[in-house]
Design a protein around this ligand. Structure first.
Ligand SMILES: [Fe+2]
Length: 364
């Protein structure tokens, strides 16, 4: 399963750089976001994550007289009926705490929001990024990926002319792998912010799907059955891949497995969402292997093919994309291998609550 690990927004796909001294001189001198290039300090080791109580920022917005006030004056385009809204005309760095709470609620409702013209956000200080993350949850530090020097809370996705695509494209027919970020954690991320600091002239888009909508396409009987199930999500293959040395990455926190409901409930909107993904979900608890595989493969096939639930975000310079990791899934698109252009993404990934079963009687 290691082959899936390098082709998503979750994982390091990059040239190893352990110190600034390793960076090409041209990068140090000319690249605007050189301070956000990835490093992999091998001496870093983190203890296991511990549980914490998550207070969802979106819940605070529910009592606001106008929970969409932060969008006043903005130009909005709903990208599809089921998820995705493109926003122009507001500046994310100007949002106060109320505005950030409202943002969290709107993202929970729309699944993903695409904010254009956000260069001030990209140019923000590392302290700003830390504070942005902490507003929405407990900042997650990825167990294996590269991060800017001294800022492990920023998860980086990086390719440049030195990065080979052979592994993903030669080993798989379809390098698109839908996933929800680090779903193996006991408390996976909620509101997630991702932006590209450098991008190919074209290509490298990101696909999103609504796991609320994919669930709603199922028959009531099957939906009810899924609500009786839990599944194991594993970070072990990701760690094994990093240890394999086939590409960059180090294991700084030992991998974990956790059991989550197959159908989770959003803590604020109450929406029920399918919560399995090809990258990290491994088996359904209590079923025999063939039964588990049959159900999971059916669900993955449904997620893969249901274009009516999906949106494709095309990256313009200075775009910030924010999604709710609890009710959506996503995948990067690897279609720019011929040009070998730089694609440099940064993700801010606050953890949220332990997934709430849609079925309150479900035992985890
Ligand atoms: Fe991802």
């Amino acid at each position: 399963m290691a082959t899936v690990e390098t082709i998503t927004e979750s994982l390091p796909t990059l040239t190893l750089r352990s110190t600034d001294a390793d960076k090409p001189a041209a990068v140090k001198e000319e690249y605007r976001y050189a301070h956000l290039l990835p490093v992999f300090p091998k001496e870093e080791h983190y203890p296991p994550l511990t549980p914490f109580e998550h207070v969802d920022p979106a819940a605070r917005a529910l009592s606001h007289s106008n929970p969409r006030a932060f969008l006043d004056g903005a130009s909005l385009v709903d990208l599809t009926p089921r998820l995705g809204t493109e926003v122009r005309g507001i500046n994310l760095v100007d949002l106060d705490n109320d505005g950030r709470d409202q943002l969290a609620l709107e993202v929970a409702r729309r699944g993903v929001m695409v904010f254009r013209d956000q260069q001030p956000f990209l140019d923000s200080s590392l302290d700003f990024f830390r504070a942005w993350s902490a507003h929405f949850g407990r900042p997650h530090i990825h167990p294996t990926s590269g991060h800017p020097d001294g800022v492990p809370e920023l998860h980086l996705v990086y390719r440049d002319e030195h990065t080979t695509f052979n592994y993903e494209l030669n080993d798989r027919v379809q390098p698109t792998v839908w996933h929800s970020d680090v779903s193996y954690e006991l408390q996976p991320p909620g509101l997630t912010t991702f932006f590209l600091l450098a991008q190919p002239r074209t290509g490298g888009d990101t696909l999103f799907t609504s796991q609320v909508s994919t669930l709603r396409r199922l028959s009531p009987h099957f939906w009810d059955f899924l609500k009786t199930l839990t599944a194991v999500h594993s970070g072990f293959e990701q760690a094994d891949f990093s240890r394999s040395g086939r590409r960059g990455g180090v294991v700084r926190r030992e991998p974990v497995e956790n059991v989550h409901p197959v159908v989770r409930k959003h803590p604020v909107t109450g929406d029920e969402a399918l919560y399995v993904n090809r990258q990290f979900t491994r088996r359904i608890v209590g079923l025999k292997l063939e039964e588990s595989n049959a159900i999971l493969n059916f669900l993955y096939d449904h997620i893969d093919k249901s274009g009516e639930n999906q949106v494709r975000v095309k990256w313009e310079p200075n775009t910030v994309v924010i999604w709710d990791n609890r009710v959506t899934a996503h995948s990067a698109i690897l279609d720019f291998e011929d040009t070998r252009e730089r694609r440099h993404g940064a993700r801010i990934t606050p953890q949220a609550e332990r997934p709430i079963p849609a079925n309150p009687d479900l035992k985890l």
